[in-house]
Design a protein around this ligand. Structure first.
Ligand code: GLY
Length: 360
């Protein structure tokens, strides 16, 4: 088991990674004094696959368990769903101290964290991420939110989990497309922060795709360490440290929205990273060989490196125009100067971005 610390004074917590780390749950629950009643929030599918395993471990910690299901869709990240959960939690709480357990992917993690942040002005929660994307990225950092009809993550709060347990055994039942979605974020961590980690992914790509435990753990562990370091420096996203996490995301979000969410977040980020490398090249920041290395790894992983033909150029440009920062001409792009190093470019001309999309 590998343990990584997110250092945030009294909000510090540990991320435990490895095959079988769930077995440490009873000890960790007791050590963290988390409460007497655990309310697990999950989806029907994850409940069916992992509910018994996780409940068994929690029971060994001597806590009472309740399981609440939410539908397995992005639509669950809504204020209505959060209020529905709060009503149920209120009925279950009685007089004993409750904590929440987010058992699932990014939607469950963000929703559970949000409910934990607002219920009684904040109760403890832990993250047991079950997708590679959530283990690599979204379970760490304490940004919690729900979507509204006007946009994603519009209602939210900062609320750090008390513990993150990334058990690589839980990934076995994941569809390949979901594995790839997480891998894209792993490639991002190498590209923005750690050239040797990037080279490791290049070398170990087949083992990672086969979910070989050693390679998978190293992927999650190094990504988590990088994210933990960034979050520790900039918990509330006010000091410009977190911005590098957006590498590939401005383009990615626009392509994702223009595809009407037919491509996964990771696929969109993969395309976005290739576009961000091309932008870096055009701005004279990145050499062509490094840009090619990024797109070659993305392709080798089985991720898309170009915008799919069914996604219209006009729709991407429209999605970008909806990006408030972009339309005000104040767009800041995360560029690469080499693999493992970023440079933020202010006021990139919208025409340059538009041409890049038009070239596809
Ligand atoms: N919960 C994700 C983040 O804080 O970045």
């Amino acid at each position: 088991m590998k343990t990584i610390r997110v250092s945030l004074e009294d909000r510090s917590y540990a991320i435990h990674i490895g095959s079988g780390v769930l077995r440490s749950l009873p000890r960790l629950i007791r050590a963290n004094g988390l409460g007497r009643v655990a309310i697990i929030i999950t989806t029907p599918r994850v409940h069916r696959l992992l509910g018994r395993l996780v409940s068994g471990e929690l029971r060994r910690a001597g806590v009472d368990i309740h399981i609440l299901e939410v539908p397995d869709t992005e639509k669950s990240k809504s204020a209505d769903e959060a209020l529905r959960l709060i009503e149920k939690i209120t009925r279950l709480e009685k007089s004993r101290k409750v904590f929440l357990v987010a058992l699932g992917g990014g939607v469950v993690g963000d929703l559970t964290g949000f409910v934990a942040a607002i219920y009684k002005r904040g109760i403890p929660y832990i993250q047991i991420p079950t997708t590679l994307l959530a283990q690599i990225d979204s379970s760490i950092g304490g940004k919690t939110a729900v979507d509204t009809a006007f946009g994603k993550n519009l209602i939210g709060a900062f609320h750090q989990p008390r513990l993150v347990l990334s058990d690589t055994r839980l990934l076995k039942t994941l569809p390949r497309r979901q594995i790839l979605s997480g891998l894209a974020e792993g490639i991002k961590y190498g590209a923005i922060h750690d050239a040797s980690f990037f080279a490791f992914i290049e070398k170990a790509i087949d083992q990672i795709l086969a979910l070989e435990p050693g390679a998978t753990s190293r992927l999650i562990e190094t990504s988590s360490r990088i994210k933990a370091g960034i979050v520790s420096r900039d918990e509330r996203d006010t000091k410009d440290a977190r911005i590098i996490l957006n590498f590939g995301h401005t383009f990615g979000h626009a392509v994702e929205a223009a595809s009407r969410f037919k491509i996964t977040h990771g696929e969109a980020v993969a395309i976005g990273m290739v576009l961000a490398c091309r932008l870096s090249e055009k701005l004279g920041l990145l050499d062509a060989a490094s840009a090619r290395r990024v797109s070659r790894l993305i392709q080798k992983a089985g991720l898309p490196a170009t915008i799919p033909s069914f996604v219209k150029t006009a729709s991407i440009l429209k999605a970008l125009a909806h990006d408030k920062k972009f339309s005000r001409g104040k767009t800041r792009f995360v560029c690469l100067t080499r693999i493992g190093q970023t440079r933020i470019k202010e006021n990139v001309s919208p025409a340059l971005i538009q041409n890049l999309i038009k070239e596809r």
